[in-house]
Ligand binder design. Structure first.
Ligand code: PGA
Length: 252
């Protein structure tokens, strides 16, 4: 089955809106030319979304946000709703990135609400899952990822589930320079797809886009991205350098 491919750059809490627009222009320029066989998504901080959207206007690049709140509006000081993101042109939103789970403390119930709010708001959630090093060492990586998937996606209609992009990001590989071997990543992607088949049926599982994230760099991208079942990458550190990010896109 041919699934869409996605390379997404998560800028995390880096760059102000002027620096962000400059990076977006640099990425756009490096990726101009023949159409790419994938969607390329820039995910800057909220404060840079408008400037980045302006910088990539007219190009095939897309923007996404790093988080949202699950209510549509109201007394939620500091929060941002799905409709606000959609109005800025966001197509994607990260939900449950490991830093939100493990640094900020978001739990499965909250993430499931956020995921539903993203879907209701017409966005494509990129739902991040992944085990800690201690989970992997205890042989429980599959169990942790399965729990996170059930918490986030359980109870969705297959049609809605089909709009969720999954990003498998082993926590021990994020920002550490250590990446999962292509074999381990490929095996986890297969396990995720099997669970999606159990939850939503074979057609939805076959169509699900599942990204790998965790220290994806130009020198390991090709090995990871050529694995059956790995449909693209969620890139952190290397997405802040236009040359590295473009090289990862070209590895697909
Ligand atoms: P990294 O981050 O590429 O810097 O490891 C990935 C992520 O956090 O999405």
């Amino acid at each position: 089955m041919t699934r869409p491919k996605i390379i997404a750059g998560n800028w995390k809490m880096n760059l102000d809106h002027i620096e962000g627009a400059a990076l977006a222009r640099a990425v756009r320029d490096r990726l101009s030319g023949p159409a790419r066989p994938c969607e390329v998504v820039l995910i800057p901080p909220f404060t840079s979304l408008e400037a980045v959207a302006g910088a990539i206007e007219g190009s095939p690049l897309r923007i996404g946000a790093q988080d949202l709140w699950y209510e549509p509006s109201g007394a939620f000081t500091g929060e941002i709703s799905a409709s606000m993101l959609a109005a800025l042109g966001c197509r994607y939103v990260l939900i449950g990135h490991s830093e939100r789970r493990h640094v900020i403390g978001e739990d499965g119930t909250l993430l499931s609400r956020k995921l539903r709010a993203a879907l209701a708001g017409g966005l494509f959630p990129i739902y991040c899952v992944g085990e800690l090093l201690e989970d992997r060492e205890a042989g429980n990586a599959d169990g942790v990822v399965e729990r996170q998937l059930r918490e986030g996606l359980g109870g969705l209609e297959p049609g809605d589930a089909g709009r969720v992009v999954i990003a498998y990001e082993p926590v021990w590989a994020i920002g550490t320079g250590r990446n999962a071997t292509p074999e381990d990543a490929g095996a986890m992607h297969q396990a995720i797809r099997r669970l999606l088949a159990d939850l939503f049926g074979e057609p939805a599982a076959g169509a699900a886009v599942i990204l790998y994230g965790g220290s994806v760099k130009p020198d390991n991208a090709r090995d990871l991205l050529s694995r059956e079942g790995i449909d693209g990458a969620l890139v952190g550190g290397a997405s802040l350098d236009p040359g590295s990010f473009a090289a990862i896109v070209s590895a697909l």
